[in-house]
Design a protein around this ligand. Structure first.
Ligand SMILES: Nc1ncnc2c1ncn2[C@@H]1O[C@H](COP(=O)(O)OS(=O)(=O)O)[C@@H](OP(=O)(O)O)[C@H]1O
Ligand SMILES: Nc1ncnc2c1ncn2[C@@H]1O[C@H](COP(=O)(O)OP(=O)(O)O)[C@@H](O)[C@H]1O
Length: 204
């Protein structure tokens, strides 16, 4: 909630979103990737961005780890901080999507409440939830950054899936089971889901 008073927002620009989407020849959207650490969010987000770029789409990738070095640098991993982390990331994503950009936002965003809050900010129409699904044991086995080893040794507190919850998304736009298929198959599945919604609709 804003703490400032006497604020009078105007539309950012009189140039409409439709005009921008028309120029870019695409529909702006937020592809919201959720999943455990090590599930494959960043890997797939990067692969998707390259693939879309090669197909002529204009994209922006917002990755949780990266956002935490900048706009979210004062936040940790308590429930309150994760909520604020997701709130800010959703607000930023919304700005990019409103400029017609295909925005890939990859954050653990561990609970339904947190993801619903992101959906509320971005708007149901633009919010497409991509569940990157890999079991805790598989992520711990991959242990890309060595965080599971540390968390299981008690060196990291509030670790997602261990002493901090991760809730399975009830109704994702698409679920990508990365423990059951290759990166190439995951990317293909993701592209098949995404391409129909980003193709420019008539009259723009
Ligand atoms: N306690 C704890 N739990 C989970 N993850 C941790 C933690 N501490 C640090 N990290 C690193 O932070 C990355 C997750 O940040 P997010 O902003 O995506 O998390 S959240 O959406 O606010 O829950 C996460 O990145 P990914 O592995 O890409 O998910 C980790 O690199
Ligand atoms: N089908 C798949 N899709 C994405 N990543 C996969 C897949 N299969 C195995 N992996 C591996 O899993 C790891 C996921 O790590 P990362 O992308 O950093 O996850 P996250 O961003 O969710 O923490 C990478 O080492 C990646 O190569």
């Amino acid at each position: 909630m804003s703490e400032a008073t006497n604020i009078h927002p105007i539309f950012n620009s009189i140039l409409s979103r439709e005009k921008k989407e028309g120029l870019l020849k695409q529909n702006g959207v937020v592809l919201w990737m959720t999943g455990l650490s090590g599930s494959g969010k960043s890997t797939l987000a990067r692969a998707l961005e390259f693939a879309l770029h090669d197909l002529g789409y204009f994209t922006m990738l917002l990755d949780g780890d990266n956002l935490r070095t900048g706009v979210n640098s004062n936040l940790g991993f308590s429930e309150e901080d994760r909520k604020e982390n997701v709130r800010r990331s959703a607000e930023v994503s919304k700005l990019f999507a409103s400029a017609g950009i295909i925005t890939i936002c990859s954050l653990i965003s561990p609970t339904e409440e947190i993801r619903d809050a992101a959906k509320e900010i971005i708007g149901e129409e633009d919010f497409k939830q991509v569940f990157i699904d890999a079991p805790f044991e598989v992520c711990a086995e991959r242990d890309v950054k060595g965080l599971y080893k540390k968390a299981l040794a008690g060196e990291i507190k509030n670790f997602t899936g261990l002493d901090s919850p991760f809730e399975t998304p009830a109704n994702p736009f698409v679920r990508i089971p990365t423990a059951e298929q290759s990166l190439e198959e995951s990317l293909k599945q993701l592209l098949e889901a995404v391409l129909p919604i980003i193709k420019l609709t008539e009259n723009k």
